[in-house]
Design a protein. Sequence first.
Length: 257
Amino acid sequence: MKILKIVILTLIITIIYTTMCFSSNEKVSPSTIKHEILSNITLQQNVKELGDTWAQKRAKLLQQIQELKSQNLWLNYQIKLYKAYIEEEKQTIAELKRRQEILEQINIKLEPYLDKVVNNLSNFIDQDMPFLMQERKTRLSFLRQSLINYKIGLGEKLRRVLQALEIEAKYGMEIQTREDEINLNGQKLDGYILRLGRMDMFFISLDRQIAAKYNKYQKKWIKISNEYIDDIEQTIEISQKKRAAQIVDLPIGRLTK
């Protein structure tokens, strides 16, 4: 609009100047008029070029403004998004702090509890049937050393105690046969010991002349009738997968205190 005004104003000045020249008594040469007209034409061309240049700059500025508006919208969205992220992280941190406090309370109670569990396990093994005693005592010693080792984390201590409990639990579900020596009424005998979980343990001598059963209440071996020798031997063969499973007659749970 401003450029258009300048062009119109230039044309008006040219017309006025030409009219004045023709109306005045002073004579104006044709070359002068031509020069003035050419000057005005040149001025108009310069004004037009200036207008074109400004139009290009204006278009570029409008494009930049649009880009800045788009960028501003994107930045506002990102700010809103990051605010949501920050709020979520604050809630996560608060939850982690709450859990940490709970864990600290658990840690305070867990370490003495683990010590109590190991003591109870030790008492249980002492009262249990005497099998794999060296292995089980060694495991207990390892647990006690672990609990007093400050370099071992509480999580690892817990894992080791739970692993020991799991192993002891599995003993109650397995059938084991081993060659070993027992003390029967003061007499040492070599033979085979058959353990049925934690229900019972049976013994037959190497010469198959003596059968015995472990009395859990009296904590000693008691001689039983030789009529069970065949059944004990068959059960040993079944446990060693030398014989197919079959029903056997064993005096389980017949001994009392």
